[in-house]
Every structure is written in C-alpha cells, then in structure tokens.
Ligand binder design. Sequence first.
Ligand code: GDP
Ligand code: MG
Length: 163
Amino acid sequence: MVESSIQQTLVLVKPDGIYRGLIGNVITRFENAGLKIVGMRMRWIDKDFSKRHYSEHLEKTFYYTLEEYITAGPVLAMVLEGVEAVEVVRKIVGSTEPKSAMPGTIRGDFAHINLAHADKTKKAVCNIIHASANSKDAANEIMLWFDPMDLHTYKRAGEEWIR
Ligand code: GDP
Ligand code: MG
C-alpha cells in the first residue's frame, strides 16, 4: 500500500460547538467520510495559549474577539488522519464565513452569520470549528495541542474499503 498521501490534521470544536451540543454531529461527519480519529482531548485554553494557536492573527483588528471566543469555554481538540486529510477536512468544514459556506459543510449547515455582521457587532465569527489550513500548520498545531504519546496508530474495521 502507498502511504505517502496519508496526512494528519488538527480539528477543534470551538466553544459555540460545545455549548450548542454539536460534538456528535461534527464527529459523525468526519467518521462517515472515513477519517480516522487518532487523538482527542478536551481543553479550556487561556489567552496565552490562544495567542500561540492563533499567532498569525495577532495583528488583525478582530483578534480580540477571536481570543474572547476561543477562551469562552472548553474546546474539543482532535487529530484526524486520512488521504490528503488537511484538504479533505477543510472541504467538510467549509468556508470561514458561515454565510458563504456551502450547504452540506459543517459551517454551512450549523451557522449562518457573515463577517460584516460580526465586525459591526464587535463579536467573533462563531463558526463552530477550526481546521488546520495546510500541512505545515497541521504539523505545528498538532505539536502545540498534543503529546506524541497521545496519538495512536490503529486500524479501523473495513479500512481496506476506505483507503
Ligand atoms: P479559518 O482558518 O477558516 O478558521 O479562518 P482564519 O484562520 O482566517 O480565521 C480564524 C478565525 O477567526 C475564524 O474561524 C473566525 O472565527 C475568525 N475570523 C476570521 N476572519 C474574521 C473577520 O473578518 N472578522 C471577525 N470578527 N472574525 C474573523
Ligand atoms: Mg485558519
């Protein structure tokens, strides 16, 4: 079997997803697509950790709303594995702006607000989920959130029909 296209990526169910009881819905979509959960933890992060996770956004005008949002409750962090998992997971998650996210995506199905409304009301864009943007970010984010010993190698039943 050629394993070179197998990737791992980081997904977070953000506090709105936790408070709204959407964990099961979110996980089901990834499991249904055949993605394998190789690590999972719940964590309530502080502002310092937010600055590390969202370092690329520190200078953005919306950063303070983002920090307030991501530290407003616990998040569920997971590492998903699959063929070109980084891109596939972003596809399942949908566009950053829920209004633009296609139906069938997590953000398109479970949220609807637009960026302008969030900025006008000085609120975060609550879009349920985070997913690494590319393989370099994925590697860094997995390292930030997980101890290697908490990532597991196992075979899913029927895996030969999935990848
Ligand atoms: P993502 O990779 O699709 O999550 O999007 P980004 O990395 O660009 O942004 C990180 C998070 O910041 C998004 O998921 C939103 O919650 C929030 N965000 C992004 N762009 C904006 C914006 O223009 N205004 C506001 N208020 N929040 C934003
Ligand atoms: Mg991003």
